[in-house]
Design a protein around this ligand. Structure first.
Ligand code: HEM
Length: 169
């Protein structure tokens, strides 16, 4: 097999892996964000589970994060700068929602033998951070909508797009 035939294959599998990871991440996040539907115990356990796709998502984008961090005070496209700030906000909200969630845990922590008095302050922080996260997550998805639609059509619906064909993905 020549290198010309193996190179595009590698690229394809990494985009495909990212897409599937992001789809799983999205579905689990929808469940996490709907405790009224799942009930609090399931909400708490899947919130811990969502840490796996969360960190994998960051690892996949690690190069971009490092590159943009280095160049943030130089001339970079406005869209990149916007995404960078938005992504930090999303990261911050995720951490706050996780932390406040643990502090107000009604099921997972008691099941592990940890009992804490629930402080209404942290309940409020949890509600606010998670509700704001829905908005920021929506903007984050909108900013990457083209990538999502192109690759969803290609890898899930298996409909090759012109853009993907040109890029050799
Ligand atoms: C990124 C992680 C998380 C997100 C996005 C999230 C999101 C939410 C949302 C949207 C609600 C409903 C808020 C409302 O009624 O306005 C909620 C409630 C709740 N969450 Fe989470 N959550 C997360 C992590 C956790 C964790 C790790 C725990 C505990 C281990 C937890 C425990 C709870 C509890 C006990 C409630 C009910 C609070 C109340 O009485 O209003 N959450 N969460």
């Amino acid at each position: 097999m020549s290198t010309e035939t193996t190179k595009p294959k590698k690229k394809m599998s990494s985009t495909k892996a990212r897409l599937w990871l992001d789809l799983v991440f999205f579905v689990v996040m929808v469940l996490v964000l709907a405790p009224q539907g799942t009930g609090i115990p399931i909400h708490e356990w899947i919130s811990f589970l969502v840490l796996i796709p969360f960190f994998l998502h960051l690892i996949f984008d690690w190069k971009w994060i490092v590159n943009v961090t280095k160049r943030i005070f130089s001339r970079i496209p406005g869209e990149t700068r916007f995404n960078y700030v938005l992504d930090w906000l999303l990261f911050f909200l995720f951490i706050v929602a996780m932390f406040s969630g643990v502090v107000i845990s009604e099921a997972a922590l008691p099941a592990m033998g940890i009992h804490m008095t629930i402080d209404p302050f942290w309940v409020q922080i949890h509600d606010m951070s998670s509700n704001l996260m829905i908005v920021v997550l929506g903007i984050h998805l909108a900013m990457h909508w083209k990538w999502i639609v192109t690759n969803f059509k290609k890898y899930v619906l298996r409909r090759p797009t012109r853009a993907a064909a040109q890029s050799g993905d």
